[in-house]
Design a protein around this ligand. Structure first.
Ligand SMILES: *[C@@H]1O[C@H](CO)[C@@H](O)[C@H](O)[C@H]1NC(C)=O
Ligand SMILES: *[C@@H]1O[C@H](CO)[C@@H](O)[C@H](O)[C@H]1NC(C)=O
Ligand SMILES: *[C@@H]1O[C@H](CO)[C@@H](O)[C@H](O)[C@H]1NC(C)=O
Length: 399
């Protein structure tokens, strides 16, 4: 099986490399023009909205504290670890990456327990719907679960934008469905996209009836020209410098995209046992800037609470996501649809040290300084601690 898995990854990596490159370039552009917004003190639009969870404690508000327990898996014990995010192999010290634990203010977050997770999801299908960060999240979950049960790739076709893994003992399926905008989109050249705000992306919507847990995220779009349509009209553009075309704010497009996706989900009659989980935006870190340690995402320690600032574009995006999500939840309270949130924005803002970046002294990532995706193992694994907390709440399992 190992060779199948390796083979699988060898085939995935070129695709992921180009995705990584696009995103990295995009973040470079974003932050080179805009890096001051992320470190400036908060504006009202970027204020932290509480995400109350169990017993009034906000699991997503807290800090990283040292913890020598480390990660439940290593680059050797996870058979599917993507080389692109295998930072240990490329010179990162595991104690820097994994000897930290997320400590919510006022409560504790349990560490990931693969047995409990697999018990809850037995016989179910979980889908990650989104871009390469959704892939990053999925790879973390697979590494964590494979310490208990090794999955088999159920479908392997790199031409196909989705990948499926199957855990035979628990009859559990994980799939990744590629959807850059969540709404219908196309690419007319390597540098231009077209996104249709009022049409849901059928790549995921047509698979939704078979899914029990849908983890949805979008928003880290590449800085390419993106023509935006609504109805039959082209209403504007992102990143255009053309006369007669309105440049639309990112936040406007993000709001419309979520509205359309969530509306589809809430009116889906065949989705009988579906829980929709919003993962909030995981912002990139500026490669240059005043993080206090000489810049880059090449830090070796997390930031403290007082070192991050609430405000700027990641907060605006997160708040838009949360608002749309709450609206869907409120409007569909009686329709039996379940919604939950994994609000990673704050925790991840504090981990500029958790990216592949340019590995210390290594040539590995020389061409691609990746301050957007996350090392495995690394701080992204907390997304699955959060996910388990959310599933436990839903399943009312208190073990
Ligand atoms: C795991 O990382 C170590 C360094 O910590 C490295 O020597 C080893 O080759 C890596 N193994 C794999 C399978 O990537
Ligand atoms: C496995 O789970 C699927 C739903 O995901 C279900 O339809 C099927 O009956 C299950 N198979 C077994 C053997 O339990
Ligand atoms: C822009 O609009 C003006 C007035 O409607 C028109 O004369 C001009 O040709 C348009 N330019 C382009 C590039 O479409």
């Amino acid at each position: 099986m190992k060779s199948i898995l390796q083979h699988h990854w060898e085939r995935q990596v070129p695709k992921l490399c180009s995705i990584g490159l696009i995103f990295t370039l995009s973040m470079f552009v974003l932050f080179s023009s805009n890096s001051s917004t992320i470190i400036r003190k908060g504006t009202p639009r970027g204020k932290y909205i509480e995400t109350p969870n169990r017993g009034g404690c906000d699991l997503f508000k807290g800090r990283w504290i040292p913890d020598s327990e480390g990660s439940p898996y290593t680059n050797s014990s996870c058979p599917t670890i993507p080389q692109l995010w295998n930072c240990l192999r490329h010179g990162r010290k595991d104690r820097d990456l994994v000897n930290w634990r997320w400590k919510p203010d006022g409560c504790e977050l349990s560490r990931f327990e693969p047995k409990t997770f697999l018990r809850i999801v037995q016989g179910k299908v979980l889908a990650f719907i989104g871009d390469s960060l959704a892939q990053n999240h999925m790879e973390s979950l697979i590494c964590l679960l494979s310490q208990e049960e090794r999955p088999t790739p159920a479908l392997e076709d790199v031409e196909d934008p989705f990948i499926t893994w199957y855990f035979p003992i628990h009859n559990f399926t994980i799939m990744k469905i590629w959807s850059r905008f969540l709404v219908k989109s196309r690419e007319s050249s390597t540098k231009a996209y077209h996104a249709y705000l009022d049409k849901v992306d059928e790549d995921w919507s047509q698979k939704l009836q078979g899914i029990n847990y849908a983890i949805v995220d979008t928003g880290n779009w590449p800085p390419h020209k993106t023509y935006i349509y609504k109805g039959n009209d082209r209403i504007g553009c992102l990143h255009c410098r053309e006369p007669n075309i309105t440049n639309l704010p990112h936040g406007f497009v993000l709001r419309e995209v979520y509205r359309t996706a969530l509306k589809y989900i809430s009116t889906c009659n065949d989705c009988r046992d579906l829980t929709t989980i919003l993962r909030t935006i995981s912002s990139a870190h500026p490669k240059k800037g005043s993080w206090g340690s000489g810049g880059y995402c090449r830090r070796t320690r997390p930031l403290r609470e007082e070192e991050i600032s609430i405000g700027g574009s990641p907060w605006e995006s997160r708040n838009i996501q949360l608002k749309e999500f709450r609206r869907a939840k409120t409007e569909n309270r009686d329709k039996g649809k379940k919604y939950d949130v994994i609000d990673v924005t704050r925790a991840m803002l504090m981990r500029p040290d958790g990216h592949p970046g340019l590995q210390h002294g290594e040539k590995w990532r020389k061409a691609v300084d990746d301050c957007l995706h996350w090392c495995l193992p690394g701080p992204i694994d907390v997304w699955n601690d959060f996910l388990l907390a959310v599933l436990r709440k839903g399943a009312a399992i208190n073990t």
